[in-house]
Design a protein around this ligand. Sequence first.
Ligand SMILES: Cc1cc2nc3c(=O)[nH]c(=O)nc-3n(C[C@H](O)[C@H](O)[C@H](O)COP(=O)(O)OP(=O)(O)OC[C@H]3O[C@@H](n4cnc5c(N)ncnc54)[C@H](O)[C@@H]3O)c2cc1C
Length: 337
Amino acid sequence: MKAFEWVSPTTVQEAAELLQSGSTARDMDEHARPIAGGQDLLTTMKDYATRPVRVVNLKEIKGLNRIEGDARKGLRIGALVTLAQLEDHAVVKRSFPGLAEAANSVASQQIRNLGTIGGNLCQRPRCWYYRLEEAYCLKKGGSECFAVNGENKYNAILGGGPSYIVHPSDLAPVLVALGASVNVTGASGKRVIPLEKFFTLPSEGSIRRENVLRNDEIITEIQVPASALAAHSTYLKFKERDSLDFALASVAAAIALDAGKKVREARLVLGGVAPIPWRVPKAEAFLAGKTLSASVLAEAAKLALDGAESMGKNEYKIPLTQTLVRRALAKVGGVTS
Ligand SMILES: Cc1cc2nc3c(=O)[nH]c(=O)nc-3n(C[C@H](O)[C@H](O)[C@H](O)COP(=O)(O)OP(=O)(O)OC[C@H]3O[C@@H](n4cnc5c(N)ncnc54)[C@H](O)[C@@H]3O)c2cc1C
């Protein structure tokens, strides 16, 4: 790991200014970085994928580790709330079950005790070419996505190109499904960003980033609105190893039903298959007004993977994700699939 300066500000404003003044290097991977639980940042530093000149510790900033609200008001979740806090929180478990399930699905208890929601949303890709020190891939400023002609078993089937990473966060799909937004503070001000507009495809914005955050900006809070969708939400994740692992594919589903048990609104967001949490509006529109049945679930699953393309070794993700979509909808709709 390259040597770095460690600073521990006590206010968000001070942290943003330290990030700004530490971001003058020509290579963006050397710019100052915030650290929360360190469960991802330190691994990218050990792999030399990032080499920040300054690491800005957020843990001394008070007030960012609280969960407030309820089903009626919605949730306000501080960026330093740990995944363990989220999965154990009574209101989250009862009224936002998909969010509790997603938090519980991350890694191991030890990682969830330290890893935060802010860090989870901003974690970097797990693509092994990106993580391999010797591979100077597109994400690091190189000219090639080595997954295209290489080992692409874990890469994107949707929305990829020219880089084919998948977004690794388990919380992102469910937070997008629930219509969450993030409060962000930078050296020159604050803004609120709907999470659906937070993540960026490699073909948009900078290929070297996964979201719209500027270098001096910090997520301070995640807001999850109250909605009829939250109570009927779930997160299903398929892993290669049953112990700790990232998603080969995952699905966040949330539905609101009317009095006649017809779908009033449906949200479906796929994880582990695209460079961003992948919302599937065609399948959502198809579900609206329908009574859920095995055939409706099958058609929704087909539509959800519309446009999916195999890179060679990741074709299995298409039927796998379709199965997860059917199961997730069956679970939230109380249908036997
Ligand atoms: C073995 C292992 C298995 C894992 N498995 C999973 C998994 O199954 N699912 C999953 O989703 N994740 C997984 N992770 C990834 C990750 O460590 C955790 O999800 C965790 O939530 C990261 O949070 P952190 O606070 O430790 O982040 P940090 O490591 O502190 O930060 C991660 C990134 O976010 C930035 N950052 C942190 N906080 C903020 C903020 N408030 N505002 C702006 N930027 C910020 C940092 O600069 C850094 O780039 C795994 C990690 C390991 C090591």
